[in-house]
Ligand binder design. Sequence first.
Ligand code: BGC
Length: 419
Amino acid sequence: MLGFSFFRCYNALMNKFPQDFFWGAATSSHQVEGGNIYNDWWQAEEKHQLKEASLSACEHYKLYPQDFAIAKELGHNCHRFSIEWSRIEPREGDFQPQAIQHYRQVIAELKAKGMEPVVTLHHFTNPVWFSEKGGWTNFKLQKYFLRFVEKITAALAAEVKYWITINEPLVYSSHAYLLGAWPPKQCSLWQTAKVTLNLAQTHIKAYRIIHRIYREKGLPGPLVSIAANLQAFEICRPTLKNKLARYLRNKLYNFYFIELLLRKKTLDYIGVNYYSRNLIDTRHWGVRSLLLETCQENHHPLRKNSLGWDIYPHGLYKLLISLKKYNLPVFITENGICTGDDDLRWDYIREHLEETLRAMEEGVRVAGYIYWSLLDNFEWDKGFGPRFGLVHVDYPTQKRSIRESARKLAEVIKSGAII
Ligand code: BGC
């Protein structure tokens, strides 16, 4: 399905999404399942190191059949979710068959409803025992994650084609090891670099394991990638410093990791998570300024989400065009907005779809669009405040209500045309 046919091209030129385009929404285990008591986030939440605790989250571990029924009603033909390693292996080496069985049922439920599963293996959380040994700062611990990958792939290969090994490796390493915002809350450039490299090496090995298992089982090849968080780096003023900063940030934050994996031939497609713009205004020549300083003066104000992130759909177009040179299909594995204003949510979705279609008209092979998120959920260190869902969740009652924006997206999915 990630192929590139004449009809895909033709449809894009007709201002329509191709018929085999993937449409769906994403979640991640810790953000929706509830009760993930064996992972490092839960541990930090218990120690009151975070604003809010995830507790029962959206009770999706139990309510997934009803949530998938909603996704089906909304016309989705794919769904992205993550497998919680700490449920599969709560204690070192103690694998839980019933947890694996749970995810088998999740996949069966999706397939019965006509939705292709897109499975993430690491989405920011780790089992406590793994983090207590040193987690991703220790290269020797890769073997534990790879053993988990091996088990899960062996169990699910027959039912899964699309894999994402690691969600947003750079977001994880920077938030957990540089900014000190996520467990284990460290602030060290050295550890961040180590973790990033460790994640890259781990992806490369995981990619090879997944492919080997499919070969051994005589199954058609899987499609494996990461979900890369890409930001639109825009300059405030056309100074030399700003241009250099833009170049360096694009290289380092957007393309370095992808290019590393491409050199090792371990990406079958490029998973793109896109949300916002980073507006550069660098005052000094120092590395810190060049790599981190952003405009503080509101020179080019844009609409914002409820966390204050700029809404910049054109950035998605520009990034998609810049991925063209890698000559691989692209899958938009996350794009979304947290807001209390559902009209703004719809504008956000529509405008990002328009920019996607434009990039497709210019030859970018986009396989699908996955909105973040199906449900309002636990937004990590920001707690339950930000609401990203196509579906509103009333946490005290766990009642779901489909938002109008989700219905409008469903119309696009149905007709293939943006209304
Ligand atoms: C992550 C999600 C997160 C979303 C919104 C992405 O970086 O993969 O887990 O909820 O962005 O912040």
